[in-house]
Design a protein. Structure first.
Length: 92
């Protein structure tokens, strides 16, 4: 009798645990949708329409090159470590 109640309690805890995970996932998805649903920024308040939508002419070139360089360095380090591990394993 006691094992049935213990099993039932474990199932309830499992359902509650999964319920928390599902709630967290739905909340994160909902917040993401809200974040992407923000309106585009307006242009010039005078109404001349001179400002481009979406943030203007912010330069992204230098940041892009920094990210590409860091990604290449990280990939090179991973390949170097893998080759070093393989050569060490072959010697043993």
């Amino acid at each position: 009798m006691q094992t049935k109640s213990l099993s039932r309690k474990m199932k309830q805890r499992s359902i509650l645990h999964h319920g928390k995970k599902i709630f967290l996932i739905i909340t994160i998805l909902f917040i993401t949708v809200i974040a992407f649903a923000q309106p585009l920024p307006g242009g010039d308040p005078s109404g001349s329409g001179a400002d481009p939508l979406g943030g203007g002419g912010a330069p992204i070139g230098s940041g892009l090159f920094i990210l590409l360089g860091l990604g290449a360095a990280y990939g090179g380090k991973k390949i170097y470590d893998l080759k070093k591990k393989v050569s060490t394993d072959c010697m043993d």
